[in-house]
Design a protein around this ligand. Structure first.
Ligand code: G6P
Length: 533
């Protein structure tokens, strides 16, 4: 398409909203007018389903749950007064708690102020808080945030070492909606052990965000943690960033959570519109449907030209892939749906994988995120007439054009700057786009049945490990190959798992398993020795 024709299309399609500051350009998506018209009845149906969801319908049928993340920033829309109250009450207590921590009414047991924040969580209980912390954090924040978002011992050691001598001033926020996620449980126990080693009383540093009466909730209550904040079954983990899950860490860090909620609330209002051209989330869903043929045929590459938005693609990976990546649709048909999401940031990625995007396999569409404001205040010139920020903008425009010239489509989202308000807008925009798109492809966006399989399999591995260790303890003098071990356990078919377990056990001093290597790794012998702890 000629440049001036593209300009006409740009003007014709541009979505610009003064209230949210959001601008959405779909001119580099080559769908014909006919495509939008064809999809319109399905979009109207999606709006109707969304209205039902917001009205409190059981929009997550197989878990028999309501889906209420939109109420978190508009409590008056919750279907019952009790729910409205619980939302406002929790927000008030989150802010009051953060305020008391900041002004020293809630202090560290040594009498000092809490200046560090260690968040323990995973998935939806980490990605949102991490994105918010990184996008809005600054050197002068009230508290400096750290994260345990895995069960990797070395990863946790590194964080504890970074906190270093500030551990006595560290507040630990353990977040788990279910309260039973093993990685988070382990992170909590590792944090507890680190506090104990430092002679500190963990409970006096610990706060929980979790479902009422969950395993975590009970532990926190029995051990008299500093505070507990609720999570509800009608908020999904990946849409929980505007609940206490995201708000508590953000408020503690000193981020203006009211503005974040306000951004989300305003964006929600704009994405409730049933005139598709005026609904930015619908325009995104429509673009995704076009780009991926409604079947995930292409990947979504997220390219924010702003360091602060680096973690947005990771956050969106869960939001989009866990919501849309489904084997079956709502009618039980096998559909193998989803859209793969990846990305990092521009212009950095131009020096990495953009080569392939420009010339290689055309299996993606890009989403550029442009931030108009470069930095607070003015910039020096890096050459006559140009600043670093001018370059960033030039690189964004250059890549957008270069991709389009080689037949690669893109969407561009523009926000004026990265603030709590615009972060709220972006979060709400994608939450709604995912919901609408899920309606278009007829999948339940609010469950994640596939995740359980990996968790169950991990449980089986840990159980088998217990059996192996027990066997080795009962035959201390014997050195086993993995095949002998599997046979002795009467589990010959599990030999590969036995091998992988033994190899891991022998690489670590914890269980006293020693390995005598053979040429072929699977012929190595394993034996128990006394553990020196
Ligand atoms: O918040 P939690 O209950 O600990 O759950 C953390 C994560 O666990 C699971 O793997 C789910 O698939 C995610 O959606 C969830 O965010």
């Amino acid at each position: 398409m000629e440049k001036l024709q593209l300009w006409e299309r740009f003007k014709d399609r541009l979505y610009a909203d003064a209230e949210t500051g959001l601008v959405l350009d779909t001119s580099r998506m080559d769908f014909p007018a006919k495509f939008s018209a064809e999809l319109e009845p399905r979009l109207q149906q999606a709006y109707a389903q969304m209205a039902e969801l917001e009205g409190g319908a059981i929009a997550n049928p197989d878990e028999n749950r309501m889906v209420g993340h939109y109420w978190l920033r508009a409590p008056e829309l919750a279907p019952t007064p009790e729910l409205s109250e619980v939302i406002t009450g929790t927000l008030t207590s989150v802010k009051a708690f953060a305020h008391s921590v900041h002004n020293g009414n809630i202090k560290a047991p040594d009498g000092g102020r809490f200046t560090r924040l260690l968040v323990v969580g995973i998935g939806g209980s980490a990605l949102g808080p991490q994105f918010v912390a990184d996008s809005l954090g600054n050197a002068g924040d009230r508290m400096r945030p750290y994260f345990f978002d895995n069960t990797d011992p070395d990863g946790m050691d590194r964080v504890i070492a970074e906190i270093g001598t500030a551990l006595p001033q560290t507040l630990v926020v353990v977040i788990s909606k279910s309260g039973g996620t093993k990685e988070t449980r382990n992170g909590m126990l590792e944090a507890q052990a680190a506090f104990q080693r430092a002679g500190l009383n963990f409970a006096a540093h610990a706060v929980a965000v979790t479902g009422v009466d969950s395993e975590l909730d009970r532990a926190a209550s029995q051990q008299r943690w500093l505070a507990r904040f609720p999570m509800w079954d009608w908020v999904g983990g990946r849409t929980s960033v505007t609940s206490a899950v995201g708000l508590l860490p953000a408020a503690l860090q000193g981020i203006d959570v009211d503005r974040m909620l306000e951004g989300a609330r305003r964006c929600d209002a704009s994405t409730r519109r049933t005139a598709t051209k005026e609904n930015p989330a619908a325009l995104l869903a429509l673009s995704w449907f076009h780009a991926t043929a409604g079947k995930g045929a292409k990947d979504m590459v997220i390219l924010p030209y702003k360091d602060r938005l680096l973690l947005f693609s990771r956050y969106l990976q869960q939001l989009i892939m866990e919501s849309l990546g489904k084997e079956k649709d709502l009618d039980g048909q096998v559909v193998l749906q989803g859209i793969a999401v990846y990305g990092n940031k521009g212009s950095t990625d131009q020096h990495a994988y953009v080569q392939q995007l420009r010339e290689g396999v055309p299996n993606f569409f890009a989403t550029f995120i442009e931030v108009l404001k470069d930095r607070p205040g003015t910039s020096g010139e890096v050459e006559p007439g140009a600043t670093s920020g001018d370059y960033l903008s030039g690189f964004f425009q250059g890549t957008r054009t270069a991709l389009y010239e080689s037949g690669r489509e893109s969407i561009t989202i523009t926000v004026p700057e990265v603030t709590p308000f615009t972060v709220g807008v972006l979060i709400a925009l994608y939450e709604r786009a995912v919901g609408l798109y899920a309606s278009l492809i007829n999948v339940n966006a609010y469950h994640q049945p596939g995740v359980e399989a990996g968790k169950k399999a991990a449980g089986t591995v840990l159980k088998l490990q217990g059996e192996i260790l027990e066997l080795m303890r009962s035959q201390q003098s014997r050195a086993f190959t993995c095949e002998e071990c599997a046979l002795a356990l009467a589990r010959p078919e599990e030999v590969e798992t036995v091998f992988l377990i033994l190899r891991h056990l022998a690489a670590n001093p914890d269980h006293g398993v020693h390995m005598v290597s053979a040429d072929k790794p699977w012929e190595s012998r394993f034996q128990l020795r006394a553990v020196a702890r």
